[in-house]
Structures are given as C-alpha cells and as structure tokens.
Design a protein around this ligand. Structure first.
Ligand code: 2P0
Length: 393
C-alpha cells in the first residue's frame, strides 16, 4: 500500500504518492518555463489541519463548494502545511523553447486553465507534481488571478511537517496555506472572513483552517454567505489521533460525499440532526460542558458514517481496527476519563478530550491498542503569512 495522507481531509494532492526529500525545499521547476522570470509578487503562509466535531458532509453547490450544513471544528497544532507562492512573469526565451508564443504575463490574460496548468508549477515535499493535483491548484489560482488582475503563472512550493505515516497532511491546511500565500502574493488585501471564503473554493474544510481553535463554518447559501469564523471559548480542548492505516483509501471524500448526498436514504435525516447538533454543541461550549460536547460530536460523526454506509453502493471506510479503537475509547470513558470518538473519511479514529487529560487518555488508549500510533494534538493557531509581499510595509 502506498503511503498517503489520512482520510479526514483527503485531496488530490494529499492522495498522490510521493517521495520524501528531507531538507530539499529549493525551487524545483519554475513557472513560465526553465529558469527565472521577473517575480511580480511572492508570499508564504503556514496553516494547520482541523478536525470537525460537527461534520461537513455534502455540498449544495459543487462549483462554489457551498455545504449542505454548517460545521464546527478544532484547528490542531503540530499538523502544519507551509506554502510559498510566487507569481512570475515568463521569460520570452524560455517560451520559445517550449514552443509557446511570446505573450507578456502581467498584462495579458493567459488563455484559461489549460495554459496556466502548463505554466504553474507545484512542488510538495520536494516532489514536482503535474496532472490532477497541479490542475486543481491551477484552477484555484485562476480565482486569485481573476480577482487580482495578475495574469502570470505561479511557482507553488509546499512542505508538510506532518510525518507521512501519521496520515494527517490535509487538504484543509494545504488550501488554507495556499489561499493565504497566493492572495498575499497577488496583492489582495483580504479580511480573515474573505480569506476563509477563498480557501473554501479550494477545499471546503480549508475555510475552517484560516482560524485557530474552535471554528464554525456557516453554510450560507452563496459565495458571500458561506464562510468560517472563530468560536470564542476558554475550553482547552485536545484531539488524540489514532492512526489505524496510512494506506490509500479506496474513494476520495469528494466522491464519497457526492455519492452519499445522491443515494443515501438516511442523508436528509442526518442533515436535519446536524443542524440540531451544531446548535447543541455551541450551547455546550458556552457552558464549558465537555461531556455534552463529546456526546454530540460522537453522535454526529457516527450519523455521518451511517449515511455513508447506507449509500448505494456503500462507502465503508472503517477497518476492523477502527471498531477496536471505538470500543477502546468507550472503555477509557467507562474508566472515568473524558474521551469521545470522531471519524472522518477514512479508517482512523480521533478522540476528543481536554488538554488536562489528554496524556492520560492517550496512555490508556495505548495500553488497549498495541501497535497503533497515537498522537496528542492541542488547539492550533490560524493561518499566518510568514513572508511578506514586496509591496507590503
Ligand atoms: C469535515 N470532511 O468536516 C468532513 C468530515 C471529511 C469528513 O471536510 O470536496 O476535503 O474538498 O470540499 O474539505 C473532507 O472534505 O472536501 C471533509 P472538498 P474536503 O472535516
């Protein structure tokens, strides 16, 4: 089985097999052909993955990525994507080398995604990507190009601090970091809310990674009204990740989501329940009631998986060890520790607890789940630009 990122936030990028090249973070390949070109704008950003307590599962609008339901998540520390974006004016010589007509970028619109795909470059963890992953990134960059008026190809270089075996590099942190870096590099001055709307266009869950801690994604009904914002709390929550498998899952969450919406007879009931769940989860947070928040989160995730399992044909991400982990969490809870399960589009189990008990819960799970990798993650920060565009003061 190939190493891959886990199921909770799969992306074409994340699912692509890759080589790990530790320490090689130089520019590999270049936008606009071989060699350099004038840099029109450059920026870097870092974002963290998030785990939903109330899930996003199903789109009302596939193109704009408007979800059917609102969701609630916790941004996690330690699971990080760092991305740099440079918009580079192509060099005419290199264009003639590639057989393309000379056309000064920055003043002329390139001819749509196909040409931009040819010219953008994408490097993730030292590996150069083409095909589907590059096309998805180029489509996203087209939105930034359209808004900013910069019609130049981009060099995108991304690094994940997540160990591959842990299976937690995610489309959420990937597209939140890409959105922030690309917007800054293109000179767009976006509010956090507008940045979350932009990140949403890359991958729905990415809009939540724009913010740290607890975050609500308001489903809304169009591009303007579908955005994330932070949920104020002084609860110190933690998520324990039990890695069951780092193998490639059979179906992307995007496709699984679509199949569930269109074929599961349980899906409408889950969306109704999810609205109530969100309301109650927010109420539990305002009361600092971890037990209630845990119970609702667990029920919401299990309900989501019921919709998948009842899809036609069924989508079953669970492995036997997933069930073992769910039982282990129940046992740990019966022993008096705060621990509630949640699962995403994959076999791995995540456990909601608080920072105070996280190490004890992880230890108790370790005793019961020999051989599983178990990691504690506390609340992480929102996206931040780590280098500034030339024009910034
Ligand atoms: C979530 N998941 O709320 C849910 C729970 C997976 C299960 O968000 O199609 O990668 O790019 O918008 O964001 C995974 O979905 O999907 C996800 P797209 P995304 O975390």
């Amino acid at each position: 089985m190939q190493a891959r990122c886990d199921g909770y936030a799969d992306s074409d990028i994340a699912r692509e097999p890759r080589e790990r090249t530790v320490g090689s973070v130089g520019f590999v390949g270049s936008a606009g052909g071989k060699g350099g070109g004038r840099v029109l704008g450059a920026a870097s950003a870092t974002a963290h993955a998030n785990i939903a307590l109330i899930k996003y599962w199903g789109k009302a609008d596939e193109r704009l990525i408007i979800p059917r339901t609102s969701s609630l998540s916790l941004t996690l520390d330690g699971l990080e994507t760092h991305t740099s974006v440079e918009f580079v004016e192509p060099v005419p010589e290199s264009e003639s080398e590639t057989g393309l007509e000379s056309e000064p970028a920055g003043t002329h619109a390139l001819q749509g995604t196909m040409r931009d795909t040819l010219r953008d470059t994408l490097t993730i963890d030292g590996r150069v990507y083409s095909g589907g992953p590059l096309a998805r990134v180029s489509r996203f960059l087209d939105i930034v190009r359209e808004r900013s008026g910069i019609h130049a190809p981009a060099r995108v270089i991304s690094r994940n601090t997540v160990p591959f075996g842990a299976g937690l590099a995610s489309s959420a942190s990937a597209f939140a970091a890409l959105a922030a870096a690309a917007a800054r590099a293109a000179g767009l001055d976006l509010s956090d809310r507008d940045l979350s709307r932009l990140a949403r266009r890359g991958s729905g869950s990415a809009c939540r990674s724009v913010f740290g801690g607890l975050v609500q994604w308001h489903a809304g009904h169009d591009d303007l009204t579908s955005y994330a914002d932070p949920v104020a709390t002084d609860m110190k929550l933690a998520i324990i990740v039990i890695t069951i498998s780092a193998g490639e899952k059979p179906l992307s969450s995007r496709l699984a989501m679509r199949r569930t919406v269109t074929t599961s007879p349980l899906y409408p009931a889950w969306t109704r329940a999810s609205e109530r769940d969100l309301h109650e989860a927010l109420d539990a947070i305002s009361r600092r009631d971890l037990r209630r928040l845990g119970e609702i989160s667990e029920a919401n995730a299990m309900g989501m998986h019921a919709t998948m399992i009842s899809a036609r044909p069924p989508v079953i991400y669970w492995l036997p060890q997933s069930i073992a982990a769910l039982h282990a969490v129940e046992e740990v809870r019966a022993d008096g520790l705060p621990a509630w399960s949640t699962m995403d589009a994959g076999p791995n189990v995540k456990v909601l607890t608080d920072s105070e008990h996280a190490e004890r819960v992880a230890g108790a799970l370790h005793e019961r789940l020999v051989g599983c990798e178990i990691q504690v993650h506390h609340a992480g920060t929102g996206v931040r630009c780590t280098t500034r565009n030339k024009g910034d003061r």
